[in-house]
Design a protein around this ligand. Structure first.
Ligand code: PMP
Length: 430
């Protein structure tokens, strides 16, 4: 048997840091990442044959669990028909129709291969459609690793950001303004100072890249008003929340609270590909008409709308469209977070939780944080002890305190109970 340690050592020789995406490296929590050999339903097995209950679900896509029979069948059939044609297919049309059917704010969809590509293209579209350069994003929101989005806040309010990555020239982020999430004053000031130059405001409506922080309804409402007043576009990055928190995605929750609410551009990924490399950006016909080949905003992709990926996404979306799917998933996720909260309370550990649909977050603090600064006040060593205690007990949680968790339809009540029982043990050791 090859151990995780041996594989990690081998991986580090040929792959930088041994991983193809940084958070997999366990850098924040320490220890050796598990090399996964296979997965089925709610479970994964590593190279050593150890079984885990999986609450990462590939960071969101696996909403049905691993190896769902209908999805597997669709993917196998599509693979036999052909891997990639570089020409249009009926299935791309079907997937676009299926996405649009659930999300009233969009009329057209362009498929791409990753959330990064989708977010980057959405920004280009917003800039092309408005003829403006400046963009607003929020601290703690991640929209992929496009240059203009790898930015942290400047030293003063309404100053433009600094790159968060080497290799990103300051000039490239000079048009990106980074504001505090849920801070109404800052967004007001930004529009007062730069209104006519702002192309778009981009937000994660429920920020899953700072664990789980909801954009407050008045905050979203005010951004919508400011965008309308100043001719800017409002982009909802639903790569994580799309078809994960509700059938109509997070925007349906805001539309229920704010009459007539809709974002101008939506970005999807993860669930719409069901675990295959697939993402999308979408908007009204009027805005999407700016895209090539119709308009002057260029965007393209050799594997865009890939026939195997679209088969996987379509089969996934059809399963989650069944009546009652989200009620059951939401109840299961709530049972998990309520159980964790009860176990933490019993052990006297400060703890709070939130969830929506099949997405959840928990914090080792008494009250839900509203922004990134507060999230990062978490007692990191304590989180790391919790993470490793759970991992030792076969519970695979995200290896960083700023990542959301995911429950799938394949998780059983017994899985949830086992997770809560493990947490109760671990809390007593914290
Ligand atoms: N936006 C959000 C909200 C995300 O969570 C992610 C990935 N976690 C991305 C964009 C980037 O997607 P990808 O990793 O597929 O490039």
């Amino acid at each position: 048997m090859t151990t995780n340690d041996q594989l990690f050592e081998r991986a580090r020789q040929v792959i930088p840091g041994g991983v193809n995406s940084p958070v997999r490296a366990f850098r924040a929590v320490g220890g050796t990442p598990r090399f996964i050999a296979r997965a089925q339903g709610a479970y994964m097995w590593d190279a050593e044959g150890t079984q885990y209950i999986d609450y990462i679900g590939s960071w969101g896509p696996m909403i049905l669990g691993h190896g769902h029979p209908a999805v597997l069948e669709a993917v196998q059939k599509a693979a036999v028909e052909g891997f990639s044609f570089g020409a249009p297919t009926e299935r791309e049309v079907e997937l676009a129709e299926e996405i649009i059917r659930h999300v009233p704010s969009i009329e057209q969809v362009r498929l791409v291969s990753s959330g990064t590509e989708a977010g980057m293209s959405a920004i280009r579209l917003a800039r092309g459609a408005t003829g403006r350069s400046k963009i607003i994003k929020f601290e703690g929101c991640y929209h992929g690793h496009a240059d203009a989005l790898l930015v942290k806040a400047g030293s003063g309010l309404a100053t433009f950001g600094h790159p968060t990555s080497a290799g990103v020239p300051a000039e490239v982020v000079q048009h990106t303004l980074v504001l505090e999430y849920n801070n109404l004053e800052q967004i007001e000031e930004a529009f007062t100072a730069h209104g006519p130059e702002i192309a778009c405001v981009m937000i994660e409506p429920i920020a899953g890249n700072m664990n789980f922080v909801r954009a407050a309804v008045p905050f979203v409402r005010r951004i919508r008003e400011l965008c309308d007043q100043h001719g800017a576009l409002f982009i909802f990055d639903e790569v994580m929340t799309g078809f994960r928190v509700a059938p109509g995605s997070a925007q349906s929750l805001y539309a229920a609270a704010i009459p007539g609410f809709r974002p101008d551009i939506s970005v999807f990924g993860k669930v719409i590909g069901g675990g295959m490399p697939l993402a999308a950006f979408a908007s009204s016909r009027r805005i999407m008409a700016h895209l090539a080949p119709l308009g002057g905003v260029y965007q393209a992709g050799t594997l865009s709308g890939n026939p195997v990926a679209t088969a996987c996404g379509l089969a996934t979306l059809r399963e989650i469209s069944r009546p009652g799917f989200f009620d059951a998933l939401g109840a299961k996720t709530r049972a998990l977070v309520d159980g964790l909260k009860g176990a933490a309370d019993a052990a006297g550990v400060p703890f709070c939780v939130d969830s929506q649909g099949g997405m959840f977050g928990f914090f080792l603090m008494p009250e839900l944080p509203q922004n990134y600064t507060t999230v990062m006040t978490t007692d990191q060593p304590r989180f790391n002890r919790f993470f490793h205690g759970m991992l030792e007990r076969g519970i695979y949680l995200a290896p960083a305190l700023y990542e959301a968790g995911f429950v799938s339809a394949a998780h059983t009540d017994a899985d949830i109970a086992a997770t809560v029982a493990a947490a109760a043990e671990v809390f007593r050791t914290l």
